[in-house]
Design a protein around this ligand. Structure first.
Ligand code: SF4
Ligand code: SF4
Length: 355
């Protein structure tokens, strides 16, 4: 009997949305009674504060995990990372309609793991300054990518085959997981036990809606331009000098200003209406992002837009507008450019297309 169990987490849509709820329930129904999967339903993952039981549950999962959310997968991955739920990026095959699907995903897999990139003189990505993630994989699926449960169930089957094959190769760890499972009253997975169990009602307690930036450390170069720009005390640096979002809830609801200032497009606002700021993947091709990117980052006035957005929030908070006089980065023409990735290449195409 195959005893490997894969943790599957359904992050529910905010509010009441019958069609979305129906899809969530259809996926759960499709997994019901299948002992290979350990399924949990939680509220919208972006809204979970540090005390929410669902957050504590996520932190307690030790093994591989699939999280299905109403967010771009890249956004979900970095929201989890901010919450201390870290792992290696699990590449998925379920893509939005129109995006190229390929069984061979190795060529397009993003470098989210902190392995060195770039050559001599290239600025370091912040991921290189961090401790490596635990030896497990986190797969993120966007529930907007299909209208029925079947494609998600098929992808879960594929992921299960992948992770169970991988687990079989690390037999010592599997046996450790089994031993812990026998010692524990709580639910456990063969590739790593879940340390804490919660009643479903605890997990689904509705949280307050939140709004805060999330850093994609695979892109961030730790330049601190966001820290200098934000006048609301959201960003800080760790003792090791690494930029991070310290006071999440000090961010001004609906404002994405600092994401326009970041030279590496590393700041995600998962709920923002424009895909590039909300964390859309860079594999969607130029058609998916060209208008968005040209407006958001490619235009010469991106900094003016950001300054105006910041002024609006300063005035709303009863403070004085500062315009372009504070924290506006002087684009660093001296420094060697970061290695170009797909997003940079898309921007180059935009420039060439003269949109
Ligand atoms: S501005 Fe962007 S690249 Fe610079 S530290 Fe902030 S998130 Fe990182
Ligand atoms: S959106 Fe505005 S308030 Fe929020 S972190 Fe960015 S600059 Fe600060």
């Amino acid at each position: 009997m195959n005893r490997y169990r894969l943790t599957v987490v359904i992050s529910q849509a905010q509010g009441k949305h019958p069609a979305r709820r129906a899809l969530e329930e259809a996926i759960v129904a499709g997994l019901l009674g299948d002992s290979r999967f350990e399924v949990s339903i939680i509220p919208h993952v972006y809204d979970l504060d540090a005390e929410h039981p669902a957050r504590l549950f996520l932190e307690s999962v030790r093994g591989d995990m699939v999280v299905l959310a109403w967010l771009y997968p890249r956004a979900t991955f970095w929201v989890l990372d901010r919450d201390g739920v870290r792992g290696h990026w699990g590449e998925t095959c379920l893509k939005p309609a129109g995006e190229h699907q390929s069984a061979d995903t190795s060529a397009t897999a993003p470098n989210y793991d902190g392995s060195p990139e770039g050559g001599n003189g290239s600025p370091k990505r912040a991921s290189e300054l961090r401790s490596p993630p635990p030896e497990r994989f986190i797969y993120c699926l966007d529930l907007r990518d299909a209208e029925t449960a079947e494609p998600f169930l098929a992808e879960l089957e594929r992921i299960y085959a992948e992770v169970s094959a991988r687990a079989a190769q690390r037999q010592p760890l599997v046996e450790l997981g089994l031993r812990l499972r026998q010692d524990s009253d709580t639910a456990a997975t063969m590739n790593g036990p879940t340390a804490v169990s919660f009643h479903p009602e605890q997990l689904s307690r509705p949280p307050q809606r939140r709004w805060y930036p999330v850093i994609d450390y695979s892109r961030c170069t730790n330049c601190r331009e966001c820290l200098n720009f934000c006048l609301f005390g959201v960003y800080s640096v760790t003792e090791d000098g690494l930029i991070y979002v310290q006071h999440q809830d000090e961010c001004r609801k609906g404002c994405p200003a600092c994401s326009r200032v970041c030279p590496e497009h590393a700041i995600i606002f998962p709920e923002y209406k424009s895909p590039a700021i909300a964390g859309a993947s860079f594999g969607g091709g130029i058609e998916a992002l060209k208008i968005d990117l040209s407006k958001l980052f490619g235009g010469a006035d991106a900094l003016q837009i950001a300054a105006a957005e910041r002024d609006r929030e300063l005035l709303a908070a009863g403070r004085q507008a500062v315009g372009m006089t504070v924290g506006i980065p002087k684009r660093q023409t001296q420094k060697p450019p970061a290695p170009k990735d797909e997003l940079d290449q898309l921007l180059d195409q935009l420039d060439a297309a003269n949109l």
